[in-house]
Design a binder for this molecule. Sequence first.
Ligand code: SF4
Length: 381
Amino acid sequence: MSGEEAVFWRVQANHLYVHVPFCARRCVYCDFSIAVRPRVPVAEFLQALEGEWTTRHSASEFDLDTLYFGGGTPSKLGGEGVQRLMDTVRRHATLREDAEVTLEANPEDVSPDAVLRWKAAGVNRVSLGVQSFDDAVLAWMHRTHDAQTARRAVQVLREGGMSNISIDLIFAVPSTIPRAWDADLETALQLQLPHVSVYGLTVESHTPLGRWVARRDVAEAADETFEVEFLRADKALTDAGYEHYEVSNYAKPGRHSRHNWAYWKRRPYGGLGPSAHEFDGSQRRWNASAYAEWLNRIAREEDPTQDREALDDEQQTAEEVYLGLRTSAGMVTASSDRELVERLVSAGWAALSSDSTLRLTSSGWLRLDSIANDLTLLRSR
Ligand code: SF4
């Protein structure tokens, strides 16, 4: 793609995602677009980002309510690298005074100096990839930190004045890996964080874990384990005052992720960097996923777009149903849904409010895919 096609569309968005692909090594379960680099090429990356912005987004307008640096590991850019990244954003976009600016960070990258610089640059929310507080589990995952580093990172963030902290935890690891999920939850609660995300381990075929499972060196956790651990997390976190506002996300009141909420509400968003997606309200496009390819296309002043899709009516319905059901906002039901809705409510998987909004319960969220599928089929007839 080149020439006139270089500017795919003119995005007017209040939300922007920047993908920073660098990682020290690949975790066993990870299928994200990453670039493993012992030394992070900060200048090369920032120059390419600038190139993508000036060519592809020259006609776009970003008045940002939320900005999200994801990856990969954006914290690998270091304190100064993130400052320069923020400078790049500010050159091209307006950042509202109360904008939510999230940086994904790995615990080992959190130092007093880095936090100081991130904060000075305007980062006001850090999403920490903790995954577990058990050293054996972290080693099995090939994570680059241990439990003590994770606890220390939370402390350093707080001492640096960064109070809006989220952590990710992974449950349902294979039964052959000794893991005390309750202990992990207890540690997370002791930290009294404003936001916790819990993800069930999924096995993707082209990851190291996928290959181990294919060779039968390790077996996926049983469905029952997945269900039990998810419901335990749900109880522990909601009992502690967290709102379960999305299938995997829990927040203290007022501390939900505004950026992710925009995705789930299907608001337009821009995206920069390898594999980054964009949505203009009806169409989606995404960049080449491999770092080298994205970099080369930018260097040749070509559009880095990998592909795009315009959703037809059926896909749009499927997306609305799925995104509605995955959050606590729920979805408004139609009279044609009635029979299925009654079945879901009587099974304890959903609740229907007086304004006909259907919201899944925790047990329902365990069946999100199949419930969304059934509702979509019903609406597509
Ligand atoms: S740190 Fe995150 S992005 Fe990097 S390899 Fe691990 S899971 Fe993937």
